[in-house]
Design a protein around this ligand. Structure first.
Ligand code: NAD
Length: 277
């Protein structure tokens, strides 16, 4: 393959991408970058207003986008969103399972012991991250199976390789996301088409709404002890910026990674390679 063809293999122009949690910090950056590369974007989010406003913003830049309400934990809601996407674009080439997160009630601290964490908080985190990845993969994966092509990208986390302290359900759920990524990659290739690929990225630490309460002090905005420890364990010495994910995302979504399926790629400033010594 010559250089021009290698560059062409990253081309995603004209593809249709569904991004769940599309209005969130990391996924909105992905939506904007994909749209700028000619991808038609369907930003699905529980926060309907935010997804519609993101889509309007993308359209104002001359690209094509639709925002739609979607609860990734409710199959009826996902199917309704799929109808909106199909009515607008007629097909789905890419699914990014971006919806996910953690919450304080499912996180241990000196006042909140593991033994006392409420089951509904643990279940909320587990469901959002794991079921919220599986259910949209059923709905949009079925469309991909019908057309015998497609790419699914899940969002795992550092804590899927080795759990992080305090965030018990989030760690277990993201480990589940990595495991499901491998499972679905095999299943889609064997049962439906080798042209359906499933991969994941495992972002390191990005300061967003879901982890701000753990990494910065609410009053002062200074880094917490945990925030400082993360920076000390990240050889590149900083948090990630949403745009740091984009090169890996484009690679995994495009034919540039045509023979890659079932992997989880850390994008972490070296965090997962560092033993701390
Ligand atoms: N921020 C980090 O450091 C980090 C690290 C590793 C992985 N991740 C993962 O990356 C993804 C994006 O995270 P982010 O940091 O941008 O978070 P974010 O909170 O900014 O975005 C999450 C989005 O998901 C939406 N959402 C929540 N529940 C939903 C539901 N039931 N149905 C549909 N949408 C729902 C929210 O409205 C929000 O727009 C998540 O899966 C997160 O777990 C984040």
């Amino acid at each position: 393959m010559d250089t021009a063809n290698i560059q062409k293999s990253f081309d995603l122009a004209g593809k249709v991408a569904v991004v769940t949690g599309g209005a969130g910090v990391l996924c909105a950056a992905m939506c904007r970058a994909l749209a700028a590369a000619g991808v038609r974007i369907a930003a699905l989010d529980l926060n309907t207003e935010a997804s519609e406003s993101l889509a309007a913003n993308i359209r104002s830049s001359g690209a094509d986008a639709v925002g739609a309400a979607c609860n990734v934990l409710d199959r009826t809601s996902i199917e309704a969103a799929a109808q909106v996407v199909l009515a607008k674009f007629g097909r789905v080439d890419i699914l990014v399972n971006g919806a996910g997160g953690n919450k304080p009630a499912a996180t241990t601290n000196p006042e909140q012991r593991f033994f006392d964490l409420p089951a509904d908080a643990l279940r909320w985190v587990f469901d959002l991250n794991l079921m919220g990845t599986i259910l949209p993969s059923q709905v949009f994966g079925k469309l991909m199976a019908g057309q015998k092509s497609g790419v699914i990208l899940n969002i795992s986390s550092m804590n899927s390789f080795r759990p992080l302290t305090r965030i018990v359900a989030y760690s277990a759920a993201k480990a589940g996301v990595s495991n499901f990524t491998q499972w679905l990659a095999v299943h889609m290739a064997q049962e439906y088409s080798p042209d359906i690929r499933v991969n994941a990225i495992a972002p390191g630490f990005f300061l967003t709404e879901q982890n701000r309460f753990l990494l910065t002090d609410k009053k002062t905005g200074e880094l917490t002890t945990r925030g400082k420890s993360i920076i000390n364990h990240t050889p590149m010495g900083r948090f990630g910026a949403p745009d740091d994910l984009l090169g890996t995302v484009f690679w995994l979504l495009s034919p540039a990674s045509a023979f890659v399926s079932g992997i989880v790629v850390p994008v972490d400033g070296g965090f997962s390679a560092f033993s701390g010594v």
